[in-house]
Design a protein around this ligand. Sequence first.
Ligand code: GDP
Length: 298
Amino acid sequence: RKGWLDKLKAGLRKTGSGIATVFTGTQIDDALYEELETALLMADTGVKATEHLLADLKKRVKDSKTTDPAAVKGLLADAIADLLAPLQKPLVIGEHKPTVIMVAGVNGAGKTTSIGKLTRHLANEGATVLLAAADTFRAAAREQLAIWADRNTVEIITQQGGDPAAVSFDAVTAGKARGRDVVLVDTAGRLPTQLHLMEELRKIKRVVQKADATAPHEVLLVIDGNTGQNALMQVKAFDDALALTGLIITKLDGTAKGGVICAIAREKPVPIYFIGVGEKLEDLETFDAREFAQALLA
Ligand code: GDP
């Protein structure tokens, strides 16, 4: 498990969240807090979360009576971990059979890759998985998903040029009939037509519900950790349309600055089920608030 944390730290360090360097001085003064404010904003933390963290930190510093800037770093780690704690929640399957998980995300976010990784993760936990290729618009999307299905040796329901909602309906019905534990529904991230993406996704959700009144049990959004404040806007938009139950944040091994997770925690606290730290099947990790806070300050 240790390897991923190093990847995450290395990724966050690449562009440098720059937050750690704030604490190398000798005094705790206004200049330190100003520098910290800038560093947090530069790391995509956003105005609201930055304000919250600074206020919380000042209180912690006062309570601790410390005069050592290095100790302030530890207190900031605590403040960030507390802010992120509500986002730390496991994806639970098994309450429903099949557990229907709808996965959304704009093209390029890492949705298909994440579905591949998630399939492996679920299989490792002993679950049987059925994939639904509901992005019927792009041939490449179907082919990509089929490759991940192959790698995991799981079945895939697909229908060239078919209706995305119909494919989803078929997949849930097949999942039930075949007694699968999980049905993962891959949706489009962009449409080639004037059709509104959110409309399409809402339709898939409605039709899935017709196949199983309790489904979908999870609606996940995959977001690219490199997209900064834009990631927060995506969370808000998809949550408005679909009522998200969880997030997967990808590419945290890359040049992501990571602070956007604090912004999400403050402004749209949807649980982070997993983070992506690479392109391979095993590069998916559960989110740990404290470890993430420490990586952010490494
Ligand atoms: P989709 O369009 O959202 O389905 O995106 P893809 O799954 O095709 O991924 C887009 C690109 O991002 C591919 O080159 C993936 O290998 C890459 N990718 C996805 N997740 C990660 C990750 O966690 N880390 C890194 N470094 N690359 C990733």
